[in-house]
Ligand binder design. Structure first.
Ligand code: HEM
Ligand code: HEM
Ligand SMILES: [Fe+2]
Length: 475
């Protein structure tokens, strides 16, 4: 890591790991409840477990994005972070708000709007927290010695995500209006501005891991941003089909959201192409796995499985069923969870000086969690299709259908167990890395003496640089 202040990212990543474990615990509580084993019902009813599960997901991903920013922005801007104490204040206050919200859910203190359940007073605290974060990162970019497209896209994505939190805080007494603006947060986050954050982290990792020229990778980033906005903004219409909005949304939503997979396809094709063009062998193989894996799995989960239910003719039947949960899991996992895990695996050796980048634990963590998540997606798909058929085609009662699909949740829990083994192995590796070390300050990613890099396919002039790989310096 180039700068001392990048160390702050470690604590954000550690918080991510803890919140992810808690999210999984609540996933299992719901998985068992779906099987009919709902012994905790009096203390943790399904609605509380669900709100806790999804909000923890959002909080750990945001914490991961913040950690990623604290690691990347000083590197991209080529200067120390504006204020390290502010970053710590911001982390602790974010966690405090999260804990209060979760306790609140268990005491029935919540707003009941899926994904925006956090009660209004806490929303204001979230806003203050995000403003502190943006100020800290913004000052670093502003006073930076270098402006890069990757840094600017990341900052734009973070700022827009903060702005788009606001429509969810307006009070409406009309449910259609309320739903309409709720989607500005939920949809325009995951199918809009979060894609910019993902694209920027992906670009950063590809620059570092493949050694392909920054110019080439950043040109592609412009294309991704363009495709995302072109399809994603009007694509919001795929949530306006049946909520009391005008009929033209059927067309607009259908057509534009059908184009959305292109942005994810673009990212997948590009990541693979960059990997194939890779001019050097980066020793951190496992981070490359997570990076390329993220680009591919996000296309499958978000692009392919999103498309599967985005046309109004299909959505009429699948809306709000377990088909949505099927897509929600693989999309969030592929796009956002995997990009956070990718940047963590990239940053840890650089922060701690330990080279745990090619071990069996890391590989097993990658494969077990991914195969487990694909299995979970399959279980949700089977349950979801059965639900659509019985409930929407045959007209059976909602609860009677839930009874019919109980058996598929055994499959879900089994696949989720494999997934959890993968995550626990990942965390085991994280713990083995230990704390960030001052000795790593100033050590560059590809310092030959430290990384033991094999410059097998490096051009001649790059080979000649002894300590700082020239390509890396230029980037
Ligand atoms: C990484 C990107 C994405 C993530 C994380 C994601 C996640 C989700 C989640 C969690 C929901 C449920 C939201 C709710 O009911 O409150 C949802 C709904 C939906 N998503 Fe995505 N999604 C992504 C991309 C896409 C794309 C690209 C498409 C279309 C091609 C799509 C199509 C849909 C549709 C049609 C629904 C509504 C389902 C319903 O009517 O119940 N999604 N998505
Ligand atoms: C390993 C353990 C996990 C289990 C057993 C599990 C199980 C569940 C269950 C049963 C639901 C509720 C479905 C319903 O409404 O009936 C749910 C919701 C959800 N989970 Fe998980 N989950 C797990 C991990 C994850 C992970 C790692 C992610 C993200 C990467 C995730 C993302 C979501 C999302 C986005 C929803 C809301 C879906 C929707 O809006 O329909 N879950 N989960
Ligand atoms: Fe959407």
């Amino acid at each position: 890591m180039k700068f001392r202040s990048q160390k702050v990212a470690y604590w954000f990543f550690a918080a991510c790991m803890a919140l992810l474990v808690l999210q999984i615990v609540y996933g299992f509580i719901m998985g068992f409840a779906h099987m009919g084993l709902d012994g905790l019902h009096n203390w943790i009813p399904f609605n509380a477990a669900r709100a806790t599960h999804t909000n923890l997901l959002v909080v750990w991903l945001l914490t991961g994005f913040m950690g990623a920013s604290y690691f990347m922005i000083p590197d991209e801007a080529d200067r120390e972070l504006h204020s390290v104490p502010l970053a710590y204040v911001q982390l602790v206050s974010l966690l405090l708000v999260g804990v209060v919200a979760i306790i609140g859910f268990h005491l029935n203190w919540w707003e009941g709007r899926k994904f925006l359940e956090i009660p209004r007073p806490l929303d204001y605290l979230v806003v203050v927290n995000i403003l502190l974060f943006l100020y800290n990162i913004g000052m670093t970019v502003w006073r930076g010695n270098r402006f890069t497209t990757t840094g600017i896209v990341l900052y734009m994505g973070l700022t827009s995500a903060a702005l788009l939190y606001l429509p969810g805080m307006i009070y409406f007494s009309n449910q259609t209006f309320d739903s309409y603006f709720r989607w500005w947060v939920v949809h325009l986050w995951v199918e809009g501005v979060w894609e910019l954050i993902m694209g920027a982290i992906l670009a950063y990792l590809l620059i570092k891991l493949t050694g392909v020229d920054r110019e080439v990778i950043e040109k592609w980033l412009y294309i991704i941003v363009g495709l995302t906005f072109l399809s994603g903004i009007l694509g919001t219409g795929h949530h306006y089909y049946f909520i009391g909005t005008p009929r033209y949304w059927l067309w607009i939503g259908g057509i534009f959201s059908a184009l959305e997979p292109l942005a994810f396809l673009g990212m997948a094709l590009f990541a693979v192409a960059m990997y194939r063009r890779s001019g050097r062998t980066h020793p951190n193989k496992i981070s490359l796995y997570w990076t390329i894996g993220c680009a591919i799995m996000s296309f499958v989960g978000a692009g392919f499985l999103g498309f599967a239910h985005t046309l109004p003719q299909v959505n009429l039947y699948t809306h709000g069923t377990l088909v949505t949960a099927m897509h929600g899991h693989l999309a969030f996992w592929g796009a956002y969870a995997m990009i956070v895990l990718a940047i963590i695996t990239y940053a840890m050796p650089l922060m701690t000086g330990r080279k745990l980048w090619n071990n069996m634990t890391g590989m097993l963590a990658f494969w077990a969690s991914n195969i487990g998540m694909v299995g979970m997606t399959g279980a949700f798909a089977v349950a979801g299709i059965a639900q659509v058929y019985l409930e929407r085609k045959m007209g059976m009662d909602f609860l009677a259908v839930q009874k019919e699909v109980e058996v598929h949740f055994l499959g879900l829990v089994l696949a989720a167990s494999l997934f959890t083994v993968g995550i626990l192995l990942y965390i085991y590796n994280f713990i083995r890395y230990g704390l960030p070390s001052d000795e790593m300050i100033g050590v560059n990613d590809m310092d030959a003496s430290w990384a033991g890099v094999s410059h097998t396919q490096q051009p001649q002039e790059e080979k000649s640089s002894s300590l700082h790989a020239t390509a890396e310096e230029a980037q």
